[in-house]
Design a binder for this molecule. Sequence first.
Ligand SMILES: [Zn+2]
Length: 242
Amino acid sequence: MPAIPSNKPYRVGRSRTGLGLFATKPIKKGAKIIRYFGPLLDSRKKKDDAIENKYLFELNGRWTIDGSVRKNIARYINHACKPNAESDVSARKRKVVIRAIKKIEPGEEINYDYGTDYFKAYLKPIGCKCDACEKKRKKKRAEARAERLRLKAKEEKKAQKKALKEAEKKAAKARRKKAAKAKVHAKGQLKAQKSQLPNGKLLNGHSQPKAARKKSAAAKPKASMRPETSATPVGVEMQAAA
Ligand SMILES: [Zn+2]
């Protein structure tokens, strides 16, 4: 890590994305923090134009600062969408200074907006990790979680309602079944009672000896029993019985 004179208000330290530049002293709004420097590249020179790295700072159509040199401490400054510093570019002087745009407290990370081109080329594809974007992501995640919970609660309520309905349906069915059974039973009893009504006689009949009952069960209709002339076995039987 490069040595930084102790009179400077910053140090290099661990940040969310790797390394970053952090304030070690309060920095006033508008104060110059550090110069972004390196060899000047001329886009008209083929050799210069072929250079490609993450630390190129374009001043204008022709000139670019190659900030990848080790001595350029400003290259540690990370991008932020809502930064506390800015890059103050003087194309005429071919000079870039990082300046505070708000008061920066000791311990705070120093950031500036790298600009739309850099953002699109390098940050958007991997997702910007600046505080503002992290906060946005966190909020989105929290909202998604809340939505999931809400849907889950709704599903559970629905399932409960369904279960209750099922149970009610089952109970109603059971009641109906019971009632129907009771009705059949009552009918059966009624039928039995009815069939027992002329029973005074019938019962007597039933109380006949088994053999007689068998005969009467096998007997032909009573009408056929009446005529004395009938030569049916019944008549014979009856005579025999008599
Ligand atoms: Zn961001």
